[in-house]
Ligand binder design. Structure first.
Ligand SMILES: O=C[C@H](O)COP(=O)(O)O
Length: 249
């Protein structure tokens, strides 16, 4: 049985004042049954981890370098994230793939680094609107999955997040049938590669304009084990009802 997961990606949002939202979130989540994760900007990681210690909320990074250390100005290694209190890291987000030209091969190398540091790798996949409209969604996400995920993935070290690029921050959400089609396809692809037992242990999150008003129906969709939430994770008042919907699903 896969534990549900609600992950919040704050992206490049939040200075010290935003930690008050994390405190509010933590105070309301002592009975949560889902696994909860907040990925703040790196500048807040240590303080967020201190606030969230001995709470149901874990803290994660938004990216890491593939190397352990070295001359990579501005980058962070997986060991540094772990040292700052992270237990997970988002990798291969479409914004990183677009803004930093990250390839799936880069993502695979980062994933190995995350695993070696003992972090859960949340590996993101998703098609653009043009790819959706040309009927290429399944081949695109299938290729991304194959190339971004190294051998050695388990339910303990890996979470997959399906995030259609056109649904991120737009208020547009795929139909439930479209979400189910991709999630069922991903589960099957994992089964073919890793076998039924391992594939059944790896959680599949949906991401892209998840809000309190649509969370319950998304969480009732086939093979959706939770969500990777952007904008609605910035305010405890928005994220808390999403968590409640997940707990109830
Ligand atoms: O990582 C989160 C996703 O990009 C979703 O962002 P969003 O909920 O603001 O659409």
């Amino acid at each position: 049985m896969r534990q549900k997961m609600a992950a919040g990606n704050w992206k490049m949002n939040g200075t010290s004042a935003a930690l008050a939202e994390l405190e509010t979130l933590i105070q309301g989540q002592h009975a949560a049954t889902s696994e909860l994760l907040i990925c703040p900007p790196a500048t807040l990681l240590s303080r967020a981890a201190e606030l969230a210690a001995v709470s149901p909320v874990a803290i994660g990074g938004q990216d890491c370098h593939a190397a352990t250390s070295g001359a990579h100005t501005g980058d962070l290694s997986s060991d540094m994230l772990k040292d700052a209190g992270a237990t997970a890291v988002i990798l291969g987000h479409s914004e990183r793939r677009a803004d930093h030209s990250e390839t799936s091969e880069d993502v695979a190398a980062k994933t190995k680094s995350a695993w070696s540091a003992g972090l859960i790798a949340i590996v993101c996949l998703g098609e653009t609107l043009a790819e959706r409209e040309s009927g290429d969604t399944l081949s695109v996400v299938g290729n991304q999955l194959a190339a971004s995920l190294p051998d050695g993935a388990t339910g303990q070290n890996t979470v997959i997040a399906y995030e259609p690029v056109w649904a991120i921050g737009t208020g547009k959400v795929p139909s439930l049938a479209q979400i189910a089609e991709v999630h069922d396809f991903l589960r099957q692809a994992l089964t073919t590669r890793f076998g039924t037992e391992m594939a059944d242990a790896i959680r599949l999150l949906y991401g892209g304009s998840v809000k309190p008003g649509n969370a319950a129906e998304i969480f009732a969709t086939s093979n959706v084990d939770g969500a990777l939430v952007g904008g609605a994770s910035l305010k405890a008042a928005d994220f808390s009802p999403i968590i409640a919907a997940l707990d109830a699903s």
